[in-house]
Design a protein around this ligand. Structure first.
Ligand code: PGA
Length: 255
């Protein structure tokens, strides 16, 4: 695991967008693992611009999203289907609908949806680059504390801290779905490369536990220490509270 400190949200988001661009340019049929949430909005903003400037064709790119709420229609305002469409997919006609995978949380048979999603991942994967945010409780995807390191795509119960954090997108906390479909920790670990982006003081505790703590299912993101190619990108607000001795062991400077 490497840690890379970039001063602010703009630079950190541009870095992640540029890594995605480089991947698309290098391999026009790349498989990208995408994430949602406030962390990723500027990544997609910069990626859209880079796609335009580079006149990229995206019709062979395959994308997999990490998760979706159970019980929300795909076209509802707060669904991650809608998030991805608004933030990224609607802006370029060359994304190929058939190559975009986001789990459906609005189907009758959720178990079958999870099995199908995991099978698509196996058939189309492995993911070349998986981008990740991190929850204040150390979750990745919606793999909440206590999730098994062996977990694959499945229905999960959201923790109260996640529901509270995500309630800002809903009228009230009572409207936040209590469950989601999430790619599992084992599914995420199949990606060839992983970039975790963490910004802002509210993520500092989770990141310092990730950098300084044990590998344990109580901090789901800690599984990433077992992956051979992970970059953790942090802004100054997080960097300043980290144990600098630990950081030095992991630090990567931009060349
Ligand atoms: P956020 O969520 O980007 O909205 O902070 C990230 C996460 O919970 O994984």
């Amino acid at each position: 695991m490497y840690i890379l400190n970039l001063e602010n949200r703009q630079l950190a988001s541009q870095y992640v967008a540029t890594e995605l661009l480089k991947q698309i340019k290098m391999k026009p049929d790349s498989v990208l693992g995408l994430a949602t949430g406030n962390t990723m909005t500027d990544v997609y903003k910069y990626l859209k611009t880079l796609i335009n400037h580079n006149h990229l064709q995206l019709d062979q790119i395959v994308t997999f999203n990490l998760d979706e709420y159970v019980g929300l229609n795909a076209d509802s305002e707060q669904s991650y289907h809608t998030y991805m469409y608004q933030q990224l997919f609607k802006h370029h006609q060359t994304w190929h609908k058939e190559n975009i995978f986001v789990p459906r949380g609005d189907v009758d048979n959720l178990e079958q949806e999870c099995l199908m999603y995991e099978q698509y991942l196996k058939d189309k994967g492995p993911v070349d680059i998986q981008i990740l945010g991190i929850g204040e409780n150390g979750h990745i995807g919606f793999n909440e504390p206590g999730s098994s390191f062996e977990s694959v795509t499945r229905v999960v119960d959201l923790s109260s801290s996640t529901m509270k954090a995500n309630s800002r997108y809903f009228d009230s906390i009572d409207d936040v779905p209590k469950q989601a479909i999430s790619m599992g920790l084992a599914s995420i670990m199949c990606a060839k490369r992983i970039i975790l982006l963490a910004m802002g003081r509210n993520k500092a505790e989770a990141v310092s536990q990730l950098i300084e703590g044990e590998i344990s299912e109580t901090l789901p993101a800690s599984i990433l220490h077992q992956h051979p190619h992970v970059d953790v990108i942090v802004d100054n607000e997080i960097f300043e509270v980290l144990d600098q001795d630990k950081v030095q062991q992991l630090e990567r400077h931009l060349s």
